[in-house]
Design a binder for this molecule. Structure first.
Ligand SMILES: *Cc1c(COP(=O)(O)O)cnc(C)c1O
Length: 380
């Protein structure tokens, strides 16, 4: 049996929506763009959304809109997809990594506080914090917002893996992507919903909205100026109406897709609960996870080599899997640029060497899960 790691959930609704655009003359900057943006903004509970051509572009525009630039220090997590850190390198800002919580794998607010204090004592001022809702589990936003407020820092919610997740603090529940100054989602085909390629910025701040709108479209003024009038440095980060139509149909089906993913996760949890040597995903009591991937962690007696051998065994038996994530501070160009080394972030490292992302998507069948579980047990 072959079981892929991920697979998009596309139905006739999506196919017809895309065809409908192809039958018009407006393949870009047409009516599907604002419709998609409004759907995401309303769902997330924010005022504004700006669709762009990738999650990475969304992060880049947030960084630029906040005026984060050369030499600025930004606190973020080494346990993430590389884009959440690269977005600062695009602007010559400096990512300062802080280790994660051992259960949620998210940026640890206590360590963030300590790091800010340490930097202050060295006469250095931090400009922003970017936290990631890793694997669809929201970061500890109440604590992070408190720190950002006390220290007067910008706060960015990289929610590229967490559309539909929510976080409750003091009786108030908010959706992932709605925290801090701005958030974002991504729509690559392995995410919960897809536009093929795509991303979106979510914010309640009008200035961020205005700047992002302009910068995604070559720095054009948003209203009233000529097509060849450019007010600022911008990019072509536009998302076509073809992609937006696909995204809009996926947004309509998002509750259904998330429910299917929950069902798949539940079946995995049930089948794996008594397997010795495995740590199953943790979900904090004040959180509703949006299942992006299903990541198990081997117990501490397993080494990285053991993990890699287990993954190799799974793959040779048709079970696709991956080592989410290689810590960002292990990437050679980060080590060259900033002098990061192995040993700098022990919790991240200890987790990263033992994780295995198993096949996970909304149409994964129980028979496929049974096969994955049997193959994994055997490999263990
Ligand atoms: C997927 C992802 C992104 C953006 O990815 P794109 O491929 O550029 O759409 C950013 N941050 C995280 C944490 C992600 O998982």
């Amino acid at each position: 049996m072959q079981v892929p790691l991920s697979s998009p959930d596309i139905t006739e609704l999506e196919k017809n929506a895309v065809l409908e655009v192809l039958n018009t003359a407006q393949l870009s900057l047409g009516p599907k763009l604002p419709a998609f943006e409004q759907a995401v903004a309303a769902y997330t509970g924010v005022k504004y959304a700006v669709a762009v051509n990738s999650g990475t572009s969304a992060l880049h525009l947030i960084v630029r809109a906040l005026g984060i630039g050369e030499g600025d220090l930004v606190i973020t997590t080494p346990f993430s997809f590389i884009a959440s850190s690269n977005c600062f390198l695009f602007e010559k800002a400096i990512p300062v990594f802080v280790d994660i919580e051992p259960q949620t794998y998210n940026l640890d607010p206590v360590k963030v506080k300590t790091k800010i204090k340490e930097l202050k004592e060295q006469g250095q001022k931090v400009k922003a914090i970017l936290a990631v809702d890793v694997f669809g589990h929201p970061a500890d936003w109440a604590e992070l917002e408190k720190i950002a407020q006390e220290e007067d820092l910008f706060l960015i919610d990289d929610s590229c893996e967490a559309i539909g997740a929510s976080y409750t603090s003091q009786g108030q529940t908010k959706k992932a992507g709605s925290f801090g100054d701005a958030g974002c989602f991504a729509f690559y085909p392995n995410k919960q919903i897809t536009t093929g390629e795509g991303g979106i910025i979510t914010t309640n701040k009008q200035n961020i909205y205005d700047l992002a709108l302009s910068m995604r479209n070559q720095g054009r003024a948003v209203m009233g100026s000529a097509w060849l009038g450019h007010e600022r440095l911008g990019y072509n980060y536009r998302l076509s109406d073809i992609n937006c139509a696909l995204g809009l149909a996926q947004m309509q089906r998002l509750p259904e897709i998330l429910a299917k993913r929950q069902k798949v996760a539940n079946y995995y949890l049930e089948q794996l609960q008594d397997v010795p040597g495995l740590n199953l995903p943790y979900i904090a009591p004040n959180v509703e996870i949006s299942w992006f991937v299903f990541v198990v962690r081997l117990a501490d007696q397993y080494t990285q080599q053991d993990r890699d051998q287990i993954m190799q065994k799974l793959r040779t038996q048709g079970v696709q899997c991956n080592n989410y994530f290689v810590p960002i501070h292990y990437q050679p160009f980060y080590q060259q640029l900033f002098g990061y080394q192995e040993g700098d972030f022990p919790i991240t490292e200890q987790i990263a060497q033992r994780t295995i992302a198993l096949p996970f998507f909304s149409n994964l069948t129980n028979a496929q899960i049974d096969y994955v579980v049997a193959t994994l047990k055997n490999a263990l």
